[in-house]
Design a binder for this molecule. Structure first.
Ligand SMILES: C[S@@+](CC[C@H](N)C(=O)[O-])C[C@H]1O[C@@H](n2cnc3c(N)ncnc32)[C@H](O)[C@@H]1O
Length: 173
């Protein structure tokens, strides 16, 4: 995500660094190899307690990370805190679709994926965590309510791939 964002960032010559946050040391070590040639600073921190000043960021994004937070209301409050007025969030994450798509998705996600993923990787638990975490993640109407309750405006969700993933966007007034 950090590298993709760098590509789209307007070049002015005196840009502040892009901050890449994760609380997994191993994940940041892997990222550091890719970040080295770029103006990216890796920060080892919990997204619920960011070591970042109030009102200091233009944009906060997360790709398949936000769903893992221990408390979503606190997560949105923390993102609101660090954004400047007019700053935006872009949160891409999994979603549990409804109807027939949801039934087929559940079959694949809960029965097929843990077995196939476990056989190939040797870590079936990781592939049981994935569907469990998606099930626990609130659906778009509820998450949009939380985003608005945190103080954001223009909250929206755009679904992708039959609603199995989607992007939440909102702006700090
Ligand atoms: C599926 S990975 C996605 C990583 C990243 N978007 C990327 O493209 O490399 C989810 C990441 O979220 C991190 N994570 C989960 N909860 C977190 C939290 N409370 N604070 C910081 N990072 C967290 C995990 O350590 C993991 O590296």
């Amino acid at each position: 995500m950090a590298l993709a964002l760098m590509k789209h960032r307007p070049v002015t010559g005196n840009e502040a660094p892009l901050l890449a946050v994760d609380f997994s040391h191993e994940m940041l070590l892997r990222g550091a190899e890719k970040f080295a040639p770029h103006n990216i600073v890796a920060i080892e921190a919990d997204a619920l307690h960011l070591p970042i000043a109030d009102g200091s960021l233009d944009l906060v994004t997360s790709a398949f990370g936000f769903r893992n937070l221990a408390n979503y209301e606190e997560g949105f409050a923390e993102l609101f805190r660090v954004l400047r007025p007019g700053g935006q969030i872009g949160i891409l994450d999994c979603n549990q679709p409804g109807g027939l798509t949801g039934a087929m998705y559940n079959l694949y996600f809960k029965k097929v994926l843990p077995k196939a993923g476990g056989l190939i990787s040797g870590d079936a638990d990781a592939y049981r965590y994935l569907p469990a975490s998606v099930e626990r993640f609130p659906r778009p109407p509820r998450l949009l309510e939380m985003i608005r309750a945190a103080g954001f405006k223009d909250a929206s969700w755009t679904g992708y791939t039959f609603g199995t993933a989607g992007l939440y966007r909102a702006t700090k007034p």
